[in-house]
Design a binder for this molecule. Structure first.
Ligand code: SAH
Length: 380
């Protein structure tokens, strides 16, 4: 049986939203800070754990609200240490979240939608179709759940009467997740409000306290939303360009027909205008054999990006069953890289991580219950 709770899920509330909630129930704003800390820094899932909140308020909260995250239904660990979790959502859908450990950082790759409506030909998520936007709770839950899974001993326990008796899951000194990339399933800018609220929590000192530099939103280029993002929370940007001209991009990223390259790059430039602290954004370029990987394409790209404050990430195409593309040969990728390098760009070939568990870029699948919906792009 699948019945929905009428309780308010506080997991996805940012500070402003949480303050509004407490004010609505006649409580002081400082409660918002207390509860945020409990949920996100101590991993509390039950109001009973919140020992510095009065008994009466805890009781009241448990009657009207809840802290609810999707359940992990599968966990896979790759030989390189990459971990992929499959999380089940209400209604039979599921999403994937990937943790990528490196020497000096740990990156969590977060999904923003169930499936994706953009239909990029080289992406496995696109083949699933689109089902729905994730709520802010479901987006931040990926960080919340991963934190608990990676720090199982630190989890808050209701037996503890004093919060100092257990470790923080989100302690700035021993953070396991140091970076978040919105590069999982979905197009984050087509789920704007929920993504922004979740980002607020990532940046919030009373929650995850990550710096803007360490939160990266990857987009295929929803131009009007880029302008709004700059006003709301100007996190780091990665742009899925993948082509040096509109002719090629129209074929592999259909959104390009709506927002062509020139408009997209102008929006990127605007994103950085007037801010000297933000240095550059990332151009993502998936290497597809015979499609966008010629020397001519590299030279064209070098001209296109002239004067753009960007670095270039070349992504070897990760194949998946039923994909129509092949990855460029390594020598072709290196040649492409050299041309850009000689033209003065910072260019790196992205290392494929978690390949043996299908956790690499574009391989995330999850489960989309109703694949027939392809809406979600039209009205933006
Ligand atoms: N919709 C967003 C974020 C999701 S995709 C976007 O388009 O940016 C995250 C990155 O993985 C994008 O750059 C995407 O183009 C790339 N990608 C998708 N499928 C891929 C594949 N099969 N191999 C390599 N990279 C892929």
């Amino acid at each position: 049986m699948n019945f929905k709770s009428n309780k308010i899920n506080l997991l996805g509330y940012d500070l402003a939203h949480m303050k509004a909630f407490f004010s609505e129930i006649g409580e002081k704003p400082f409660r918002a800070v207390q509860v945020l800390k409990w949920i996100h820094q101590f991993g509390a899932h039950d109001f009973a754990q919140m020992s510095n909140v009065s008994q009466t308020l805890r009781q009241r909260l448990s009657e009207i609200a809840e802290i609810k995250a999707p359940e992990i239904v599968a966990e896979q660990k790759a030989s390189d240490g990459t971990i992929k979790w499959l999380m089940r959502l209400d209604g039979g859908n599921s999403i994937e979240t990937v943790y990528i450990p490196e020497d000096n950082r740990g990156t969590l790759c977060v999904s923003s939608q169930v499936g994706c409506a953009l239909d990029c030909g080289f992406c496995s998520t696109a083949k699933q179709g689109f089902n729905r936007n994730l709520t802010s709770a479901e987006i931040i839950a990926q960080l919340w759940v991963a934190n608990l899974a990676l720090n199982p001993l630190a989890q808050a326990s209701s037996d503890d009467s004093d919060s100092t008796h257990h470790g923080k899951v989100q302690d700035s000194k021993n953070r396991v997740i140091t970076n978040v990339v919105l590069m999982g399933m979905g197009e984050p800018l087509l789920n704007f409000n929920n993504v922004v609220e979740a980002i607020h929590l990532m940046l919030e000192d009373n929650a995850y306290g990550l710096s803007k530099r360490r939160v990266t939103l990857s987009t295929a280029g929803v131009v009007p939303a880029l302008k709004r993002l700059r006003e709301e929370c100007d996190v780091s940007l990665a742009i899925s360009l993948h082509a040096p001209n509109d002719e090629i991009r129209d074929k592999i990223v259909p959104l390009n027909k709506k927002y062509p390259i020139k408009e997209l790059l102008a929006a990127c430039q605007h994103y950085f205008s007037g801010d000297t602290k933000k240095k550059q954004f990332t151009i993502e370029y998936v290497m597809l054999a015979g499609v966008n990987d010629s020397e001519k394409n590299a030279r064209e790209l070098a001209v296109l990006l002239k004067n753009m404050p960007c670095k270039i990430n070349l992504i070897p195409f990760n194949p998946f069953p039923s994909s129509d593309f092949e990855c460029s040969k390594m020598h072709t990728i290196n040649r492409f890289k050299d041309i850009l390098y000689k033209a003065g760009y910072v260019v790196v070939v992205r290392k494929t991580r978690g390949e043996d568990i299908d956790a690499a870029c574009g391989q995330l699948a999850g489960k989309v219950k109703d694949k027939s919906r392809r809406t979600g792009v039209e009205n933006k």
